[in-house]
Design a protein around this ligand. Structure first.
Ligand SMILES: [Zn+2]
Length: 385
C-alpha cells in the first residue's frame, strides 16, 4: 500500500512508520529500519515486542524514536525483494542517474519503496532539525547462514563511537565492497548509522537479539535509562560465540556474484568460521572457488537472491584503530598529494596510480579514513569519509 505525502508529513502511524514515540524531554532522534529485505521478519517482530513494552510502561523517555518499514510489498510476500535489492540502490540518490532503468528492470517496485522511505527520512529530519541532540539511524537485518549477532558500519569515528558499546563483532568498511546501501546513504547525509545483523533469518534467537540490541541502543543514546541488571541481561543475549572475539574486523575479499543462480556455496559454513587460504568454498559458473586469502568466512550466500557470494574478513589490531583515530584528526591529509603516484581529484579525493605507488597505499588511505575503491586495474580512487 502506498501512503500519501501528507500522512508522511504528519508522521502518523502508517504502514511505513509502524511505530513512533516522543518523550517530554529533549534527546536523540532514533530512526530504526526493519524489513528492508522482505524475508527478514526478526526486526519487525522485535519492534512489535519493544513498542508494546515501552508504550505500556511509564519509563521516562527522552527525544523521539521512529520505526520505519522497509520493503512493504516484499514483506507481505515474504520475499527478499521483488525486482531489485532495496539495500543496493541508494547510491543513485547521490547522482543524476535515471532510476527508471535499474539493473535492466523497467521502473522496479523498489524504486517506489525507496522514494517513500526517503520521504519519511526527510520529514523526520525536518521536523526535529531544530531541537534534536543527535540523529542516529540503525538498520536491522538477518543472514541466510547461521550466525552470531554483529554490527556493520562505514568506518567513520562517529560510527565507531556508537557501535563499540555493543558487545558484538564490528565489521568496518562495508561500503567499499557493497555499494548503494541505505547506511551509506544516511552516512553521506552526515548522520551516524549502523547496521545490526541478528542471526539466521528464521531463528527465534534473531528476534531476541534484535530486541536486546534495540533496548541497548535506546539506553546507549540516552533515550531511556535501563537498570544495571537489564543491561547485563541484554548484553548477555547479544553475546557472541566464544570463538568470535567482539572486536573490529575488516573486509579482505569480496566474491561478487553476477547471477546467484550460477552460485553454489558449499554446505556447512557458518558466519565467522575460521579458514585457511585455498579452502574450497563454492562453485561459481561450474568452477570451484577456493579462498584467495586466509581469514574468516563472512555472509556466505545460502539463498538464490543477492549478489554477494561470500566475503572474507580479518581482525584489526587495537593499535591500528587508535593510530587511525589519531591521524584522522591530524594535518597529514595536506601532505598526501606529495606521495609518489598520488594526484588530488575532486571532492576531497585522490587518485592513486598503482604502477607507481605500490606498497601499503590502500592501508595508508584506510588508516586516514578514506574510502578506497578500484577504478581500474591500476588506479585507486580514495575519498574522505
Ligand atoms: Zn538483509
Amino acid at each position: 500500500m502506498q501512503i500519501t505525502e501528507s500522512t508522511i508529513a504528519d508522521l502518523k502511524i502508517t504502514d511505513r512508520i509502524r511505530w513512533s514515540k516522543s518523550g517530554d524531554q529533549r534527546g536523540p532522534v532514533l530512526v530504526l529500519f526493519v524489513g528492508i529485505h522482505g524475508n527478514e521478519p526478526a526486526g519487525l517482530k522485535a519492534i512489535e515486542n519493544l513498542s508494546k513494552q515501552i508504550d505500556e510502561s511509564a519509563t521516562p523517555f527522552r527525544g523521539s524514536v521512529y520505526a520505519i518499514s522497509g520493503n512493504l510489498q516484499a514483506i507481505n510476500l515474504g520475499l527478499r525483494y521483488l525486482d531489485t535489492d532495496l539495500n543496493r540502490l541508494w547510491e543513485l540518490y547521490n547522482t543524476s542517474e535515471d532510476f527508471s532503468q535499474m539493473n535492466g528492470q523497467d521502473w522496479p517496485a523498489e524504486y517506489d519503496e525507496s522514494l517513500d522511505i526517503k520521504k519519511a527520512i526527510d520529514a523526520i529530519v525536518e521536523k526535529h532539525s531544530q531541537q534534536a541532540d543527535d540523529f542516529i539511524f540503525a538498520d536491522l537485518h538477518t543472514t541466510s547462514s547461521e550466525s552470531c549477532a554483529f554490527i556493520l558500519l562505514n568506518d567513520t569515528l562517529a560510527n565507531r563511537g556508537l557501535a563499540r558499546k555493543f558487545p558484538v563483532p564490528q565489521i568496518l568498511g562495508i561500503e567499499e565492497n557493497i555499494h548503494g546501501t541505505l547506511l551509506s546513504y544516511i552516512n553521506n547525509l552526515g548522520y551516524k548509522a549502523i547496521g545490526f545483523e541478528a542471526g539466521a533469518h528464521q531463528n527465534e534467537a534473531s528476534v531476541e537479539r534484535s530486541e536486546a540490541f534495540l533496548w541497548l541502543l535506546l539506553h546507549n543514546t540516552g533515550a531511556l535509562k535501563l537498570a544495571r541488571e537489564k543491561i547485563n541481561e541484554y548484553k548477555k543475549k547479544l553475546g557472541a560465540h566464544p570463538g568470535v572475539p567482539d572486536t573490529y574486523y575488516e573486509i579482505k575479499f569480496h566474491q561478487f556474484v553476477n547471477d546467484p543462480q550460477d552460485f553454489d556455496m558449499l554446505s556447512g559454513f557458518e558466519n565467522f568460521d575460521l579458514m585457511e587460504k585455498d579452502t574450497p568454498l563454492a562453485y561459481y559458473k561450474g568452477e570451484l572457488i577456493k579462498a584467495p586469502v586466509s581469514g574468516r568466512i563472512f555472509m556466505p550466500l545460502y539463498q538464490k537472491k543477492g549478489h554477494d557470494g561470500f566475503l572474507i574478513i580479518r581482525e584489526v589490531s587495537e593499535i591500528w584503530l587508535r593510530l587511525s583515530a589519531y591521524l584522522r584528526k591530524s594535518f597529514v591529509h595536506k601532505y598526501l598529494k606529495y606521495l609518489p603516484g598520488v594526484t588530488p581529484a575532486d571532492n576531497r579525493g585522490f587518485e592513486v596510480n598503482l604502477r607507481i605507488a605500490r606498497f601499503l597505499v590502500e592501508d595508508i588511505f584506510h588508516l586516514l579514513g578514506y574510502r578506497v575503491t578500484k577504478k581500474d586495474e591500476n588506479t585507486l580512487i580514495c575519498y574522505r569519509r
